[in-house]
Write a protein that binds this ligand. Structure first.
Ligand code: SF4
Length: 528
């Protein structure tokens, strides 16, 4: 549905802020693609864009692709911004630029919802999810688009049911410029891991769209030119297990109808390994990758962070189970926990070897506002507000030791030979369990073939000829070519290349040790 009953017409400029370089956004892979410039289409801002009154012209700009120009600001009557904590500086910068054109600027999304005081310059703060605050914001701008005399804070008390959500305005985004497509089925998570802000922000009882909404969104994404992979950005795909089971038959039917042209991935808790009925549906719907917040292989640490659900099945067994359904596991890992010891880094490397997981996002613990961790560390006087640090946590171990361990783990885990060996394992032990894909006309389209050839050419030239790990690359590539595994060659190298280059920077201190760290964000070039 859309906001209704508004007669006045307003021109709205939606601006999504730049990310600075991060482990999880794959910038180093972009030059190997056919023109990718950004990670995923932002769900929140495209959702709001779709909800605005039908007669309101909307422009959407992702500053990861191009910066908003003077002409954009001159065109607009009001500006909407949304983003996460790591984009805070860029969001404030967009606000400053919009104010130079005397435009009212509204901010919504997860960062302002958790920390309204991060955004003192904005005219409107939209706190919480889409709902009555959104209607109020639209009504106020419809009445008067000029800047209010003082900041107006609108808090959602009555959320819009997700079954009423419109399809995000994917048509406003340049979908082909994104590394992955994104889609959201549910919001919220029933667990309460100490460091996580999801239950506080979105609740413990997951809210849901209908399966029909999801297949309609997939249709729209296809119309907008999506290829490759679509990521379910749900906080936990099995937050409501029954709902996941309800959705899967619809996804399978959609895949069959459209020739299995897309591959899915999602985030879920590791106890999904106990649900073979869900896993087998996911296999048939062609889920190829699953992100699990394993966080640490140490059971004592898992208990301390209230993530006992990771131990419902022994971790290694759970990973093997997911692999046996054709799904490669991606793992979140945290260093700097109170339970860490000097040997924690070594244990992590042993875990990586044993699990054969290629991609692990290894982050230093960061206390996010509105989490139990934040409250505890505040009580213990262990929060450090120093933007020169990689974490705001006063670790139990010396800070320098923790950062050194992180750098050493990154350097070791992402040595080209080791990483490509782990991909070799996945190609041998995991991918053969995936659903056999039909030779459908959609998959074998000229556009897909051309895309594959372009990426192969880029990979051979930029990695095989100009790259810094040619020997390891060609050893891996020749095996793929000999076995006709061209798709595996492309998909593995795209990700591996990013990980290898990012980890090299990280191991010499040129990247942040936490996705949330502000240390190197200062260096971000404003998108002007
Ligand atoms: S399971 Fe994941 S989403 Fe849920 S509370 Fe824990 S970390 Fe957050």
């Amino acid at each position: 549905m859309r906001a209704e009953g508004i007669e006045t017409v307003r021109r709205i400029l939606c601006v999504f802020p730049r990310y600075t370089s991060s482990f999880g956004t794959f910038e180093y892979a972009y030059p190997l693609t056919d023109g990718v410039q950004a990670f995923m289409p932002p769900q929140g801002l495209l959702l709001i864009a779709a909800y605005l009154p039908e007669n309101w012209p909307v422009r959407f700009i992702d500053e990861n692709i191009r910066a908003a120009t003077a002409e954009d600001f001159e065109w607009a009557e009001a500006v909407f911004v949304s983003g996460m904590h790591i984009q805070r500086q860029q969001m404030n910068d967009i606000c400053r630029r919009a104010h130079a054109f005397d435009l009212a600027v509204a901010i919504g999304g997860p960062s302002v919802s958790a920390c309204p005081d991060y955004y003192p310059s904005f005219d409107y703060l939209h706190v919480g999810e889409m709902g009555d605050a959104t209607n109020e914001l639209i009504a106020r701008i419809a009445r008067d688009p000029s800047r209010p005399e003082q900041q107006v804070v609108l808090k959602t008390a009555d959320r819009l049911d997700m079954t009423e959500f419109p399809i995000p305005a994917y048509e406003l985004a340049e979908i082909k410029r994104y590394f992955l497509g994104s889609i959201q089925y549910s919001s919220g998570c029933p667990y309460q891991c100490e460091f996580c802000d999801i239950p506080g922000l979105y609740g413990r009882n997951p809210r849901l769209k209908t399966p029909q909404q999801i297949t309609a969104e997939l249709d729209r994404l296809l119309e907008c030119g999506i290829t490759g992979s679509v990521y379910f950005v749900d906080d936990n795909f099995i937050g409501n297990r029954k709902a996941a089971l309800d959705l899967l038959p619809h996804l399978i039917e959609w895949q069959k109808k459209t020739g299995y042209v897309l591959r899915f991935s999602c985030e879920a808790t590791l106890n999904i390994a106990k649900r073979p009925e869900i896993l087998s549906g996911m296999r048939e719907a062609f889920f190829g990758t699953i992100f699990c917040g394993i966080e640490t292989p140490d059971p004592v640490a898992l208990k301390a962070m209230r993530k006992d659900h990771n131990m419902m099945v022994p971790i290694m067994e759970a990973i093997k189970t997911l692999n046996s359904f054709g799904m490669e596991v991606v793992s979140g890992i945290i260093l700097g926990l109170d339970t860490d010891k000097p040997e924690t880094g070594q244990h992590l490397l042993e875990f990586i070897d044993a699990s054969q997981i290629p991609l692990l996002t290894i982050n230093l613990l960061q206390a996010l506002p509105q989490t139990p961790l934040w409250d505890r560390l505040k009580r213990e006087n262990r929060l450090i507000e120093d933007e020169g640090r990689d974490s705001n946590v006063d670790f139990r171990l010396p800070y320098e030791d923790v950062v050194t361990t992180w750098r050493a783990c990154m350097a070791s885990a992402y040595q080209p030979a080791k990483l490509l060996q782990r991909y070799e394992y996945q190609i041998r032990e995991t991918y053969p369990h995936r659903v056999p894909l039909p030779a459908s006309p959609q998959r074998a389209s000229w556009r897909n073939i051309k895309l594959g050839l372009t990426m192969l050419r880029n990979i051979f030239w930029k990695v095989g000829v100009l790259g810094s790990y040619k020997l390891e690359f060609w050893k891996f590539a020749f095996r793929r070519l000999a076995r006709g595994e061209i798709e595996y060659l492309i998909s593995s190298i795209l990700v591996a290349h990013h990980l290898i280059l990012f980890a090299r920077d990280a191991s010499v201190g040129q990247q942040n040790a936490s996705n949330y760290s502000m240390r190197l964000r200062e260096a971000a070039v404003p998108a002007e």
